[in-house]
Design a binder for this molecule. Structure first.
Ligand code: NAD
Length: 482
């Protein structure tokens, strides 16, 4: 069976203790490769290699680091088809989605920061005649980058690219659930001859390799994307050491649909914002609030479309949804559907697992599910399910919509549908949310701040925000004789 390797100090190497974990193909439920089950020794090696490479890498000109990132971006582009196939197989997502979204975005993340670092500038402040301040923004050292399984290469590269662009070296740990494209990225780095130790990729379990990485005293900062509970664990380790951390965590995003919306556009986009990537995008709108005047019409149309949504083998051109990423996550989603029923919810669509038969008979497929009749306080509406499950609920007034939207401990993203410009602004300003989309969803400009409030995280990624995170500002104040 194919064995993924760690990428440390420019080499592919086996885990020091020779232990491996099974890697599953979600669409078949079968093991198809093995992942290093790394531990402390592997993490120590990787951090040492990154530390050693730091003086060289941070001393390169921005244009030189930019050229390396550009090479990675171009090589991802050349291999787009094979990377997309690997991502789809490893994660269960439709090949079409990996081809159109995941891999192009990974390519663009490197391309974006290859360009951004050339334009990055720092501030200067004139205090008075004869007194000038200027701010240096310097690379910090070794960045630990940890990412989740839902958008594997996309989110992995979203951290690595700005960290490297800013002049840091990196030890990165992809999710053990979807390690394949991180391994293929390591192959690309070897192929283009990226200097040894600049990027190191270590595979393994979160509680072991991940925990060893964030606990290592020789890392300087942590950029983490994943669940809120994991973020809390990491913060407990990092905060007392006063190291920088950026935490991009869970969400329970509201999708607010007002009477005066563009109905067809809201309906079409709500299909995507509910079920894209099997609902496993941190930005998916899982709580749908519909104003009373159009509630019944919208609900009926939404239910009908959802029932027609095609769940199928990820490789099939016409599959709109693929498999759930792991057996554990599949069980978790199904248990939430049961909980929703216990809490008094009515299942209007889906509500069950699907068996596709043939080679996919053991795959982890769940029908897109709509639940009605729950109030905002129940666990189904408070806890992150992170699957193809949404709740719908009517509201009457703008105030009520805002209160419902703000009623969870999360605050990542929100969507608003209205043709009223004033209402769109008014509501956007009142939402407890790091990101608000009006009459659209997942429209991303890589320059904009990305992140959440409340239990959805600390800090922002994207654009200059990421370059600020991955650099340390130092103010230099100079008085000179006039
Ligand atoms: P997770 O928290 O279980 O794992 C994320 C990563 O952290 C993995 O690489 C894992 O191995 C590692 N990890 C786990 N325990 C660790 C520990 N103790 N120390 C160090 N590392 C550890 O999350 P997941 O299940 O992979 O991903 C789903 C979650 O990610 C959802 O909550 C989702 O909302 C969130 N997410 C957030 C964003 C965002 O931008 N805010 C984006 C995507 C996903």
């Amino acid at each position: 069976m194919f064995k993924i390797q760690n990428y440390i100090n420019g080499q592919m190497i086996a885990p020091t203790e020779g232990r491996y974990l099974d890697n599953y193909e979600p669409a078949t439920g079968k093991v198809y490769s093995l992942i290093p089950h790394s531990g402390k020794q592997d993490i120590d090696l990787a951090v040492k290699a990154a530390r050693k490479a730091f003086p060289y890498w941070s001393s390169l000109k921005n244009t030189e680091r930019s050229a390396w990132l550009q090479k990675i971006s171009e090589t991802i582009d050349k291999k787009l088809a094979s990377l997309a196939a690997a991502e789809s197989k490893d994660n269960g997502k439709p090949l079409k989605l990996a081809t159109k979204v995941d891999i192009p975005r990974a390519r663009d993340n490197f391309g974006f920061y290859a360009s951004a670092i050339k334009h990055f500038a720092s501030e200067s402040h004139q205090t008075s005649e004869g007194v000038i301040n200027y701010t240096l923004r310097q690379a910090i050292g070794v960045a630990a980058c940890i990412s989740p399984w839902n958008l594997p290469l996309y989110l992995f590269s979203w951290k690595i690219a700005p960290a490297l662009a800013a002049g840091n070296t990196v030890v990165a740990k992809p999710s053990e659930v979807t390690p394949m494209t991180a391994y293929l990225l390591a192959e690309i780095c070897m192929e283009i001859g990226l200097p040894a130790g600049v990027l190191n990729i270590v595979h393994g379990l979160g509680a072991e390799a991940g925990n060893e990485l964030v606990s290592n005293d020789d890392i300087d900062m942590v950029s983490f994307t994943g669940g809120t509970q994991t973020g809390e664990r990491i913060a407990k380790i990092i905060a007392p050491k006063f190291k920088k951390m950026s935490l991009e965590l869970g969400g329970k995003n509201p999708n607010i649909i007002f009477d005066d919306c563009d109905f067809e556009n809201a309906l079409k986009t709500t299909m995507h914002s509910s079920f894209a990537n099997q609902g496993q995008i941190c930005l998916c709108g899982s709580r749908i609030y519909i104003q009373r005047g159009i509630y019944k019409k919208f609900r009926d149309a939404f239910v009908e479309k959802t029932k027609r949504r095609i769940v199928g083998p990820p490789q099939n051109e016409n599959s709109q949804m693929g498999a759930i990423v792991s057996k554990a996550h599949y069980d978790k989603i199904l248990s939430y559907i049961e909980l929703a029923k216990e809490e008094g919810g009515s299942v209007l669509a889906g509500g069950k697992s699907l068996s596709l038969g043939g080679e996919h008979a053991e795959g982890w497929f769940i029908a897109p599910t709509i639940i009605e009749g729950l109030d905002e306080a129940c666990r189904t509406n408070q806890e992150e399910i992170f699957g193809p499950v949404v709740t719908i609920q009517p509201f009457d007034t703008e105030e009520e919509a805002v209160a419902l939207a703000n009623s969870t401990s999360y605050g990542l993203a929100a969507t608003i549908w209205t043709e009223s410009l004033s209402k769109a602004h008014r509501v956007s300003h009142q939402l407890h949310s790091g990101i608000v989309w009006v009459n659209c969803w997942l429209l991303r400009d890589l320059r904009t701040p990305f992140g959440g409030v409340k239990n959805s995280g600390v800090g922002r990624e994207g654009g200059w925000e990421a370059l600020h995170f991955f650099t340390e500002p130092k103010n230099i104040c100079i008085k000179f004789d006039e």
